[in-house]
Design a protein around this ligand. Structure first.
Ligand SMILES: Cc1cc2nc3c(=O)[nH]c(=O)nc-3n(C[C@H](O)[C@H](O)[C@H](O)COP(=O)(O)OP(=O)(O)OC[C@H]3O[C@@H](n4cnc5c(N)ncnc54)[C@H](O)[C@@H]3O)c2cc1C
Length: 473
């Protein structure tokens, strides 16, 4: 019987894992996970995300051990030494083939090209499969073969293709023999403890499935109305799991489809809306794959790179700490800093405040989010930031600027979310949580760092002037 190596990366699951399933169908499997702490540092990955990954690797290794599959957890440094590490493990176990599921971001693709070259040079075959999104990169194109850049027609096509293909998931492969001993990831790596955030973020495949079922049983029916209210638990909080691949997009879509009278659209309004959010995830991943310049720090609308962005460090730090003096913005930032996650409504409000009112380069916000998020996902984060900054595909128009006070009035009308995140405002009335300065300030909570309407006018002027200059060129 031939021996195969399955290299796990952002697909830390046994269910619906095409690489694992294919390898197990063809021979005896050993699993590999490569720790790349220096690469994570270069990519600015949050400590909470690293510890979530380490705990998910432990769960995966245990599930695989019960199937008779041993896991090698190998410590490397960055993607450049991946080829040497993968070849060395493959040779040690006498593997004739190495299997993996493709990743979408550019550095990961470059790494995979290097690893494939090295394996092939050593006479080891490579089998690559798609699992990062439900529909693979390149599958959702316009009739003329060009990629979409607007969400609504993309979604229409995505749904029609998915209805034709059906949303299928793969089972766990059959056990390969008696259980083996599970490998365990290190307790700390580069100073990051495996247990950081463990109480808030149970990791691993079975936690993901429990969360998915709980959400579909209890909350999905109210998603359309509750998903915008940060004081409620109205969303799934599956994002760390989707980012680590402890659950697949297909698993989420298939269960939602079943719950939605076997429809992807035109069923229950709330379930339709949740499915639509999963399609946004597909969209941003496909946009990232089709536009490699996005992974090089460039705007989707490259002409907007000419905007004279502000890089004021003091202002940036006030925003990072949640001390802008605008409670709804600060509550979002403090939720991020404290928990590693921020509600989607707040991600839009805080990102627009930075990129519009402060006119600070959206890339600084993008990397700060990445440094804190337990669900940091390059495509979704970049897409969300460029949407907010009006530099991205299908982005909000540059002249549409969320007013954080009006946003709080609509989405946190009684101030419950602000009070829960900002201790200085814990005893404030609903009106005080909107505009504390109108009451002479509340306790030690900071005064507004800017005049909102003057900042808005200034930003609009700069955008208009830059657009005019570019048209004249
Ligand atoms: C500035 C900004 C930055 C963001 N950064 C990230 C990020 O790094 N990682 C990340 O997963 N999401 C990101 N998002 C998208 C969204 O905020 C999160 O996916 C969502 O808040 C996660 O919570 P949830 O799992 O409860 O979502 P739910 O509402 O339950 O949605 C289910 C899943 O759909 C996907 N999804 C939902 N909304 C979006 C969206 N707008 N774009 C892409 N996918 C979406 C996520 O995978 C999510 O887990 C960002 C949005 C903005 C505006």
């Amino acid at each position: 019987m031939s021996t195969h190596l399955v290299w796990f990366r952002s697909d830390l699951r046994t269910l619906d894992n095409p690489a694992l399933y294919a390898a197990a169908a063809e021979g005896k499997v050993t699993a590999l996970f490569l720790l790349t702490p220096e690469q994570w540092q270069q990519h600015g990955i949050a400590a909470k995300k690293i510890s979530f990954l380490l705990r998910s690797v432990d769960c995966l290794s245990e599930n695989l051990a019960n199937l008779g599959i041993a896991t090698r957890i190998v410590t490397g440094s960055c993607f450049n030494d991946a080829a040497e590490k993968v070849v060395s493990v493959a040779q040690e176990i006498g593997a004739s083939r190495v299997f993996w599921n493709n990743e979408i971001a550019l550095d990961e693709q470059r790494r995979d090209t290097q690893v494939q070259k090295a394996l092939t040079a050593n006479g080891i075959e490579v089998r690559r499969t798609e699992a990062a999104t439900s529909l693979p990169v390149g599958a959702v194109r316009k009739p003329d073969g060009m990629p979409y850049s607007v969400f609504t027609p993309y979604k229409k096509r995505w749904i029609s293709l998915s209805v034709d293909r059906g949303i299928q998931t793969l089972p766990v492969p059959d056990p390969q023999g008696p259980a083996v001993t599970a490998a365990v990831a290190p307790e700390t790596i580069n100073g990051v403890s495996k247990m950081a955030g463990a109480d808030d973020w149970p990791a691993g495949e079975s936690s993901a499935l429990t969360l998915l079922d709980k959400f579909l049983d209890a909350a999905v029916e109210n998603y359309a109305t509750h998903r915008d209210l940060p004081s409620l638990s109205g969303t799934s909080k599956l994002s760390p799991h989707l980012a680590a691949g402890t659950v697949s997009a297909n698993q989420c879509l298939r269960k939602a489809y079943r719950r939605n009278q076997e429809r992807l659209v035109g069923g229950n309004e709330s379930i339709d809306t949740w499915i639509s959010e999963l399609i946004w995830r597909e969209f941003y991943n496909h946009i990232m794959a089709e536009n490699p310049h996005l992974a090089m720090g460039r705007a989707f609308k490259t002409e907007t790179d000419a905007l004279p962005w502000n890089r004021d460090t003091e202002q940036l730090e006030l925003w990072q700490r949640g001390e802008t003096g605008f409670p709804f913005v600060d509550a979002g930032m403090r939720q991020l800093n404290r928990t590693g996650w921020m509600h989607n409504r707040l991600r839009m409000v805080t990102a627009q405040f930075l990129a519009k009112h402060l006119f600070i380069d959206w890339r600084l916000g993008e990397s700060y989010f990445m440094s804190q998020l337990v669900d940091g996902d390059f495509a979704a984060n970049n897409g969300g930031w460029q949407w907010s900054a009006s530099t991205g595909t299908d982005a909000v128009p540059y002249f549409r600027i969320f007013n954080p006070i009006r946003q709080a009035e609509r989405f946190d009308p009684d101030g419950a979310f602000v009070r829960s995140m900002i201790p200085e405002l814990a005893g404030a009335s609903a009106k005080q949580t909107l505009e504390p300065w109108k009451f002479g300030g509340v306790g030690s909570y900071p005064k507004p760092m800017i005049d909102l309407s003057a900042a808005r006018d200034k930003t609009l002027q700069v955008w208009k002037a830059t657009k005019k200059q570019l048209e004249l060129r």
